[in-house]
Design a binder for this molecule. Sequence first.
Ligand code: INS
Ligand code: FE2
Ligand code: FE2
Length: 305
Amino acid sequence: MTILIEQPEFVEVEEEKVCSEENENELVLDGGFVVPTTNAFGHTFRDYDVNSERKDGVEEFYRIQHINQSVDFVKRMREEYGKLDKVEMSIWECCELLNEVVDESDPDLDEPQIEHLLQTAEAIRKDYPKEGWLHLTALIHDLGKVLHLPAFGELPQWAVVGDTFPVGCAFDESIVHHKHFQENPDYSNPAYNTKYGIYSEGCGLNNVLMSWGHDDYMFLVAKGNNSTLPSAGLFIIRYHSFYALHRAGAYKHLMNEDDIENLKWLKVFNKYDLYSKSKVRIDVEKVKPYYLSLIEKYFPAKLRW
Ligand SMILES: O[C@H]1[C@H](O)[C@@H](O)[C@H](O)[C@@H](O)[C@H]1O
Ligand SMILES: [Fe+2]
Ligand SMILES: [Fe+2]
């Protein structure tokens, strides 16, 4: 197994943690973070079928997302947004901008996004106090949602939020509201609808086109601005919405060795991303200096977006 030098080492204690988290009944994460059993609406997390006030809106969101995310669309978006010619601003300015965005795909959260960023980062910081890169990754993982704002072309929600999945090969059954893929043009295209489609065994996720949204965009921003975040941090940003992989274990045949290593950290991260969503507010001014110091360490003062 190759471990890259700048890569944070996944020490054994943490490896055990990941394993114990796989036990469905395990409610307490080592380090003290207590996983709540219900979300702010009194339902279990990520339940897309329960009759909640958000159910219909969320399903409609996924219907449109599944119809429109195709190989052609993704290629166009990556090209357009890879230019990074829309806005110039700092990471913190972007955190503040994100306050304007409410995510229509999320059955568990209807708070402004900055709350979610800080809730995730502070929860993970408590349990992994030494991993500054992980705290910062948590703070910025959803910043790509600014794509929904006018200055970024005001992309519709289906091109910004929601779970992501590969395009160019068959859509896995484990993807939320899978039935709506039937109307996607790629669904009946023989070049794109087989297990491997345009990919090959172990080709590496880096070579796989993912449905377009805030994950891949923020990855392009971090890369394009020469962030020094370790590859596990970049991987978390890029694939945190890829639940078919990190939750259901689908598409493993496309992963390479680096992906397998990085996935361990993504699984750790996901607990905090998902279960820290609550109505508990964080005192922004109090924690701001700490995050500013991390931003300074891993990013330039101004970024191209
Ligand atoms: O609704 C949520 C939300 O959009 C998250 O930001 C995304 O990462 C999740 O995968 C998605 O299910
Ligand atoms: Fe996200
Ligand atoms: Fe998130």
